[in-house]
Ligand binder design. Structure first.
Ligand code: ADP
Ligand code: MG
Length: 317
């Protein structure tokens, strides 16, 4: 869907922000780019919608070079959500959401319907919120509107640049959860930038780790956790994780047994994290066996949630 071939970006002052990277982002994928500040993440996003030109290489969307698209066609088909909510302060929430549909000359009736549909989708009662001004909303609500505005004209691609990093931890977790359930419905191709590994593991189908403008590793959350490519990734995935992997016990994350357990792959309760993750790559759920008995179930979400929690010191037992 979005393909980078040997893409580099050097700014006029000589800064090499992105150095010959290759990426293939699949249709409908939640693709997370993570890296420390200055590693080139924002530059990557801005090159996709041609906010900045590349120095060399090619970026294609659906096998057509981005330079061959009409610039408006390209921009209107790519939603963009920024860290600093850039809602227009003098326009109502409804008017803010309507910007791209207006540019695309949608009928007024259709635009009104779309505004209400989107507000409902993100849990903001349309009758209350559509005519409010941005300053009458909390930061979390504004960010929610930022997401709906990017979705307004139903673009197939959405770019999100640290969209939740300015929020308090509770609003942030809530918006992450909302985005996960939203993505299940809308199935967009999302390129999401963050510097928070916990967020990356929670949201990403795949994660691309960047350092100094280069790609260090691309993989699923499981692959990054179980097989970090080098010391940089290992540190980034979290120092606390080392001892945690040794302490890993399926007993901590068992889910209740359900009716379907008979058809499931079985994992011994003594399995290591690595064994668990590799079996979970092929099976959504596993039955856990101890002393010849099925004692519970385990799924991918439970493992990832536990690992992500351990990185923030939540799991110390
Ligand atoms: P990130 O989003 O990962 O923090 P950026 O893509 O914003 O990284 O920046 C990558 C590098 O490019 C940094 O060294 C940054 O200082 C530099 N940079 C970003 N924008 C410009 C610019 N307009 N002119 C010169 N250097 C820039
Ligand atoms: Mg940035």
């Amino acid at each position: 869907m979005i393909q980078f071939d040997n893409v580099s970006k050097q700014y006029r002052d000589g800064t090499k922000a992105v150095d010959s990277i290759n990426l293939h982002i699949k249709e409908g994928e939640f693709f997370v780019i993570i890296g420390p500040s200055g590693s080139g993440k924002t530059t990557i996003l801005k090159m996709i919608n041609r906010l900045i030109p590349l120095t060399s290489g090619t970026i294609s969307i659906d096998d057509k070079r981005i330079s061959d698209y009409d610039i408006h066609e390209l921009r209107w088909n790519i939603g963009y959500v920024l860290q600093q909510i850039a809602l227009f302060p003098h326009m109502t929430i409804g008017e803010n959401i309507a910007i791209v549909p207006e540019l695309k000359n949608w009928e007024q009736v259709k635009i009104k319907e779309r505004i209400d549909e989107l507000l409902e989708m993100v849990g903001l009662e349309p009758d209350i919120y559509r005519s409010r001004k941005p300053h009458e909303l909390s930061g979390g609500q504004q960010q929610r509107v930022g997401v709906t505005r990017a979705l307004a004209a139903n673009p197939p691609i959405i770019l999100m640049d640290e969209p939740f990093s300015a929020l308090d931890p509770i609003s942030r977790e809530k918006l992450q959860d909302d985005l996960i359930s939203l993505q299940k419905k809308i199935k967009k191709t999302i390129v999401f930038v963050t510097h928070d590994m916990k967020e990356a593991l929670k949201l990403g189908d795949r994660i691309c780790v960047m350092k100094d403008g280069e790609v260090v590793q691309i993989g699923t959350p499981e692959e990054l956790l179980a097989h970090p490519e080098n010391k940089f990734v290992r540190q980034f995935v979290g120092e606390e994780q080392g001892p945690y992997i040794e302490r890993f016990s399926l007993h901590d994350i068992l889910l209740p047994i359900s009716e379907t357990e008979e058809s499931m792959a079985v994992l011994p309760a003594s399995a290591t994290l690595e064994e668990t993750l590799s079996l979970l790559a092929a099976n959504n759920e596993l039955a856990v066996e101890e002393d010849g008995e099925i004692i519970g179930l385990v799924n991918r979400q439970a493992v990832i949630r536990k690992l992500a929690g351990s990185m923030q010191g939540e799991v110390k037992s």
